[in-house]
Structures are given as structure tokens and as C-alpha cells.
Design a protein around this ligand. Structure first.
Ligand code: HEM
Length: 399
């Protein structure tokens, strides 16, 4: 790719509204489904904004997720810093290609199958009910992030993995700080050390979580070494809490800002599963996924050359005219299930069944417990969290 990037639009664009992607992506998409943009480090990258093109590339074996590739795009300074700091750590799932990726994914996929997740639902409901009781006891206004949206997925992933929830403040903070330009590498190392110690303790004294299963089955058969085991723990713990938490938070804000949709949902709770899909599309938590081409790829009237990097826009695909009409409208009656909020292809979110179960229970229970739920701070005064996963610092609500 040409290195003079001064005329290219900068990427990423900042959100103006906490619960919707930056409007600028739709404008870029109107120009072309694939186009070049400029990263913070001045390097060019392809931005893929079309729905069909995004799915095609995410399912294309010529497209790599290998963070070790020198051309892999860094979409923020903190990401570049963290990537250098953890260069020697093994890649697990998100950063690996076939066939290695398939080997790793097969080890954990049974734990996330629909039937296994269905069995977790009563436990999730208990966690949710306890949070609602605590909120009611406290009274409003209260921060929905700290009191509800974050503890639910955090407790659920702890139970699933076999990580003590008592340590949640530590790992929630470190996982957030890992994307801080100055403190990121140290936070990541502390998280790694914490999980390394936890795994050592589990080896001496096994429990019954997913990490214990991995230790028992995979390491004994020599299919997984210690370093990889720690890397699995990091990926699952990080991917499993902040993401779902932010969809609960931003989805609640979006519903409260769309009273007619909220009223329709309250009137017919059977709509909850469809509403969750629409909220996943509408919020589009992960704006784009980084990739690099291993071979030349002709797509959307362009040729992506071997070695070119790309950012595959999930938010723009979810708002693209070839996927939905009136994308800016939240419409819980529409069929949104084929959104790409969980990605697509071999890396499509491993935890999506779990996330859906948590989201359905969290929204249904919150709305039924608090018929008068409302925002205690106007949306335009909410502090949008910096970073690639959308979020707000807090969401004060009354009820
Ligand atoms: C609403 C919440 C969630 C959203 C929006 C979300 C989004 C995503 C996306 C976009 C990817 C694709 C990454 C890529 O292709 O590079 C992904 C992968 C992944 N997610 Fe989620 N996720 C959510 C919840 C969860 C939960 C609860 C877990 C539980 C552990 C989880 C675990 C993972 C893992 C392990 C991967 C990597 C899969 C692979 O590379 O094969 N996610 N997620």
C-alpha cells in the first residue's frame, strides 16, 4: 500500500452517542464498501464498511488474525504498546489462525455449547436477582454499571472458569488498565501472574471450573502447556465480563431513550430474545476487527494485496443498507439475528450463547423489577469510555 496517507480519513472515529457507533462510518460506507484510512501511527489500512464484504473477509482463509505478523494493524497507541510487551506470550484463540486455532477452540467449545449454557441459566437468574435485591435496598439513584451490569457477567465468568469472585476488583481493574498507554503492560503482567498463581493452586488442589477441566484433561494429555493455559485463562476472563457488561449498560440506556420500544418490550416480554439481537446490532460494541491479508484478495472493486492490513467494521456492517433499513432506528421487532456484533467466521464469539443468556435474563429481570426505571443523568452528560469496546464510566438510574 502507498505510504503517503495524509489525505486519508483518520481511523477510528470517536462515538458521539454512547450507545451508537460514530455516524461517520455510514458516510464512509456511502462512498465505498472498502476504502483506505489512516491509523494513528500514520500507516494506511483498508477499512471494510459493507456487510457482505465484512462477512466474506471474516470467513476468508486468506485473511489472518496473527498478531505476530509485522503488518498487523495497531488501531491505538496502547494496543501497540501492549502487543510489544506481550510479544513472547503464546497466542490463544483470538490471535491464531487455522489449523492451530481449531485445535485450541475444540478444547473449550463443549463448555460453551447451547445445552451447557442452558444449564447455567438458573444460576445466572440467582445472581441477577441478588443484584436487584441489593439495588432495591440501596434505593435510587444508583450506578447501573457498578451495581448490576458489571457484577453479573463478572460473577458468571468466575463461576464458569473457577476464578474466585472475591478477586474481582483486582482483575476488573487490571483488565481495563491493560489498554492504558502507560500502565497497560504492567497491568497485563500482573493479571498474568495472578492467573498463573491461581492455576498453580488449582494444580495442587483441583476445583470444578473450566480451568480445572483444562488442567485435568488437556495438560495431562500433553496438549496444553502452562503458558498456553494461562493465556486461555486471560482471554476467557477478559472477553467474558467487560463486553456483556457494556451491552447491558448501553442497551438499557438505548431502551430508556426509546420509550415506545421500551413500552412494546414491557407489554410483551416474549420479544426479549429479538430485542437482545437488535440491541447487539444497535450498540455494536466492538467497532471493528483487525486483520492482515496473507494473499491478494479481490473484493468490492478493490485488490487487497498480500501483507495489507485491514480493519473490518462490525459497527458499519451492522448499520449497512444491504443489511437493514433505517439502521439508526432501534426496532426490536426487526430480524437482526444475522448481525455481526459477535464477529463471523472461525473466530465468531465463543461466548455468544453465554452472552445471550446473560443479556436476556438481565434485561427481562431489570425491566420487570423496576417498572419506573429511568436515567438519573442525561445521555449527553454520560462520560464515554475511551477504547475500542464501547462503554460509559457510569450510568446513574432511578426507579
Ligand atoms: C455481548 C457480549 C460480547 C460481545 C459483543 C463479544 C464480541 C466478540 C467478537 C466481535 C469476537 C470476534 C473477535 C475476532 O474475530 O477477532 C469475539 C470473540 C471471542 N469472544 Fe466474545 N463477545 C461477547 C461476550 C463474550 C463472552 C461472555 C465470552 C466468554 C468467555 C466471550 C469469549 C470470546 C472468545 C474466547 C473469543 C475468541 C474466539 C476465537 O478466536 O475463536 N465473549 N467476541
Amino acid at each position: 500500500m502507498s505510504t503517503d496517507t495524509t489525505d486519508l480519513p483518520a481511523f477510528p472515529l470517536a462515538r458521539q452517542c454512547p450507545y451508537q457507533p460514530a455516524a461517520g462510518y455510514q458516510e464512509l460506507q456511502g462512498e465505498a464498501p472498502i476504502r483506505k484510512v489512516r491509523l494513528f501511527d500514520g500507516k494506511p489500512t483498508w477499512l471494510v464498511t459493507g456487510y457482505e464484504q465484512a462477512r466474506a473477509l471474516l470467513a476468508d482463509q486468506r485473511v489472518s488474525s496473527d498478531r505476530g505478523n509485522p503488518n498487523f494493524p495497531n488501531f491505538a497507541p496502547a494496543v501497540a504498546i501492549l502487543r510489544r510487551a506481550r510479544a513472547s506470550a503464546p497466542s490463544v484463540l483470538i490471535g491464531t489462525d487455522a489449523p492451530e486455532h481449531g485445535r485450541q477452540r475444540r478444547m473449550v467449545i463443549p463448555s460453551f455449547a447451547v445445552r451447557r449454557i442452558a444449564a447455567l441459566k438458573p444460576g445466572i437468574q440467582r445472581i441477577v436477582d441478588a443484584r436487584l435485591d441489593a439495588m432495591e435496598e440501596h434505593g435510587g439513584p444508583i450506578d447501573l454499571v457498578a451495581s448490576y451490569a458489571l457484577p453479573i457477567p463478572s460473577m458468571v465468568i468466575c463461576e464458569l472458569l473457577g476464578v474466585p469472585y472475591a478477586d474481582h476488583e483486582f482483575f476488573e481493574e487490571k483488565s481495563r488498565l491493560r489498554l492504558d498507554e502507560e500502565r497497560g503492560p504492567a497491568a497485563f503482567m500482573e493479571l498474568r501472574e495472578y492467573l498463573d498463581n491461581l492455576i498453580k493452586a488449582k494444580q495442587a488442589n483441583p476445583g470444578d471450573g473450566l480451568l480445572d477441566d483444562l488442567i485435568a484433561e488437556q495438560t495431562k494429555q500433553g496438549r496444553l502447556d502452562r503458558e498456553e493455559l494461562v493465556a486461555f485463562a486471560i482471554v476467557l476472563l477478559i472477553a467474558g465480563h467487560d463486553t456483556t457488561a457494556n451491552v447491558i449498560t448501553l442497551g438499557t440506556a438505548a431502551l430508556l431513550e426509546n420509550p415506545e420500544q421500551l413500552a412494546a418490550l414491557r407489554a410483551d416480554p416474549e420479544l426479549i430474545p429479538a430485542a437482545v439481537e437488535e440491541l447487539l446490532r444497535y450498540v455494536s460494541l466492538v467497532s471493528a476487527l483487525p486483520r492482515v491479508a496473507k494473499e491478494d484478495i479481490e473484493i468490492g472493486g478493490e485488490v487487497i494485496r498480500a501483507g495489507d492490513s485491514m480493519m473490518i467494521g462490525l459497527a458499519s456492517a451492522n448499520y449497512s443498507a444491504d443489511f437493514v433499513a433505517r439502521p439508526d432506528d432501534l426496532d426490536i421487532h426487526r430480524a437482526s439475528r444475522h448481525h455481526v456484533a459477535f464477529g463471523y467466521g472461525i473466530h465468531q464469539c465463543l461466548g455468544q450463547n453465554l452472552a445471550r443468556a446473560e443479556l436476556e435474563i438481565a434485561f427481562r429481570s431489570l425491566l420487570s423489577r423496576f417498572p419506573e426505571l429511568r436515567l438519573a443523568k442525561p445521555v449527553d452528560q454520560l462520560e464515554i469510555r475511551a477504547g475500542f469496546i464501547a462503554g460509559v464510566v457510569d450510568l446513574p438510574v432511578s426507579f
